[in-house]
Design a protein around this ligand. Structure first.
Ligand code: SF4
Ligand code: SF4
Length: 98
């Protein structure tokens, strides 16, 4: 579940105040770099209701062709909203292992 190393910039390289210095600059940054915990989906418990997908503020949860849900860790900031949104507790936040 660990993110692959990328040449993208981490949070320490953000401009002061998170200022956007040029349009579209977000593609240069690894948004997952400041995550301290990561959501893990237990597919045996998941009912495929889609609530995590609806509530994720980063659109970091994707739907697979078979209807299952998956976290795209490259875009996940570890906020834990998906864990709270899941009524059957199929998502558990675990300490980041990066
Ligand atoms: S909110 Fe929970 S049950 Fe619903 S799709 Fe997401 S992980 Fe599955
Ligand atoms: S922890 Fe936050 S950013 Fe990551 S998938 Fe869940 S809701 Fe989205």
């Amino acid at each position: 579940m660990k993110c692959a190393k990328t040449p993208l910039k981490g949070w320490k390289e953000l401009p002061e105040g998170g200022t956007i210095t040029e349009p579209g600059s977000s593609v240069l940054f690894d948004a997952s770099a400041w995550r301290t915990s990561m959501p893990i989906i237990d597919h045996a418990k998941c009912t495929k209701c889609g609530m995590c997908w609806i509530f994720c503020p980063e659109a970091a949860i994707k739907v697979n062709p078979d209807g299952s849900y998956e976290v795209e860790y490259m875009y996940c900031k570890g906020c834990g909203i998906c864990e709270k949104a899941c009524a059957v507790k199929a998502i558990k936040m675990e300490e980041e292992k990066k």
